[in-house]
Design a protein around this ligand. Structure first.
Ligand SMILES: [Zn+2]
Length: 334
């Protein structure tokens, strides 16, 4: 039933009706990992699926916006084309350069990269991936873990799947203070599970290089900071917040040779950043920041809280967003 409704909604969407009903709204999509299928990338969207989306947009002459074009619309009031979309990809893993950028280049479309500067500097790999890695290589099936929040988390891999345990533990860690999170992972968590902490970043989680990032810029893509360590800003002290925001801006500036003005919050739920973070961004010279609330970008929104849709893994959901059917639903919901 739902499939039939979606099918007809998407057929109607092809006529441009929804775009007509909801002018001035643009979907910003967020990608994560992109895989060729046989390249060992953990999870993620296939390059084939991504190619089919871009093919659709290309065939129908959609305008794929750059960040500058989006800013001109938001700031100067330049009209947002009704057939427009903007794409972003978060974190800075090797497949973002080797796979995702290659697919976008085939179509001549810009992609906007938010990179964790500590990852590109090979100083760390994201804490949520470290959780998954340690559980996957765990030498014990059961353990009681003392979390940084003081709570106890019971791992029981006999009773609960690895994926579910990882998800629950990540949620628990999101809720607690993250100031000492990386030390805790290395010194406490890996030890409790009997896993040796890797001396270098495991292959699945290796970053693109700064040279890759510079090459992306030369090919017309955007590269922007996504903090230094990917810890959740709202859980950090004022000094740590500043290090994450200013520190990542400085590193990106040094390596890329310009001052990026766009930012994306780690994990990006409204609870994951606060007024202090937005003020810090403003003072550091950023003009826009993205969260992960699934909604359209419109003029009049707070430029430091621009929403993004996760890029769907199936075509029907993708079309629903691209053809603004979701915007009509937003409007009806009031
Ligand atoms: Zn991220």
């Amino acid at each position: 039933m739902k499939e039939q409704v979606l099918k007809w909604a998407n057929i109607l969407g092809e006529t441009g009706l929804y775009r007509l009903l909801c002018p001035g709204s643009v979907p910003v999509f967020m990608l994560h990992r992109v895989t060729e299928g046989d390249d060992g990338v953990p999870g993620g969207l296939t390059a084939e699926q991504l190619r089919s989306y871009l093919h659709y947009l290309s065939e129908r002459r959609y305008k794929i916006l750059s960040m500058d074009e989006l800013w001109q619309s938001l700031d100067e009031g330049r009209e947002i084309p009704s057939r427009s979309v903007l794409f972003t990809i978060d974190d800075g893993f090797y497949d973002h350069h080797d796979v995702a950028a290659k697919v976008f280049d085939e179509f001549g479309f810009p992609l906007n990269f938010f990179v964790i500067t500590g990852l590109l500097d090979q100083q760390l790999w994201p804490w949520d991936d470290q959780v998954a890695f340690a559980l996957k290589h765990s030498q014990v099936r059961r353990a009681d873990i003392d979390l940084p929040s003081g709570a106890i988390f019971s791992v029981n891999l006999e009773a609960q799947s690895l994926g579910k345990t990882a998800r629950e533990l990540r949620e628990a860690l999101k809720a607690g203070p993250q100031g000492e999170l990386y030390q805790w992972l290395r010194d406490e968590f890996f030890g409790k599970l009997g896993v040796e902490f890797p001396s270098s970043i495991p292959p699945d989680y290796r970053p693109m290089s700064w040279a890759d990032a510079r090459s992306l810029r030369e090919r017309g893509h955007g590269v922007y900071p996504h903090t230094r360590s990917h810890r959740i800003l709202s859980t950090l002290s004022p000094t740590e917040k500043r290090e994450e925001i200013r520190g990542s801006l400085e590193r990106a500036g040094e390596e890329l040779g310009y001052a990026p003005q766009v930012f994306a919050y780690p994990t990006g739920r409204p609870a994951d950043y606060d007024d202090q973070d937005m003020e810090e961004l403003r003072q550091a010279g950023f003009s826009m920041a993205f969260n992960t609330v699934p909604a359209y970008v419109r003029r009049g929104l707070d430029p430091y809280q621009l929403p993004r849709f996760s890029l769907p893994e199936n075509t029907a959901d993708f079309l629903q967003i691209v053809n603004r059917f979701e915007a009509v639903k937003e409007k009806l919901r009031g």
